[in-house]
Design a protein around this ligand. Sequence first.
Ligand code: URA
Ligand code: SF4
Length: 188
Amino acid sequence: MYHNWEDLEKSVIGCKKCKLCMNRTNIVFGTGNKQADIMFIGEGPGADEDRQGIPFVGKAGQLMNKALQALGIDRNKLYITNIVKCRPPQNRVPEQDEAEACLDYLRNQVILVKPKIIVLLGSTALKNICGQEYGITASRGKWIEKKGILYMPTWHPAALLRDETKKIEFWRDLKQVKHKMQELNAKN
Ligand code: URA
Ligand code: SF4
């Protein structure tokens, strides 16, 4: 556990804690506001993210950006990262040992950011953060509170590219996030 970003970021350079280190171009650590009230957690880098070293810059990310923009949520005010920081081959779901090896970094990121709300994008994020017993279909759109953080599970933006009907639910879930944030800000 590192108490500042510099030490944490240094600790991940050249990481070989799991086999995903073998095929990566760049480690995709995270991006955005390090004091964000809202954090977004995806699954793992895709080809574009691996090339650029930045999360959610490919097709799915662009779709997510559009939704954020339309809702008036500023991407620069969020902190965005993934369960695993290196690209799984053929974009497969990260395996358990890989997710476990990488989760320490994510836990440390959460401790440093101290978000009020965490948006879990898809099943991999939900299961690795809240527990394997959670399913995305049943859980999406419903707040989960754990240790003072509010979690909102929703569809992974790549799922919206495959199934248009999920867009409206994704939109609804992000709207809940926006309203909750306004509610929390009004209390302060
Ligand atoms: N999908 C993810 O889960 N994360 C990214 O960063 C990009 C696509
Ligand atoms: Fe290290 Fe995470 Fe990359 Fe595995 S995925 S090599 S644990 S940074």
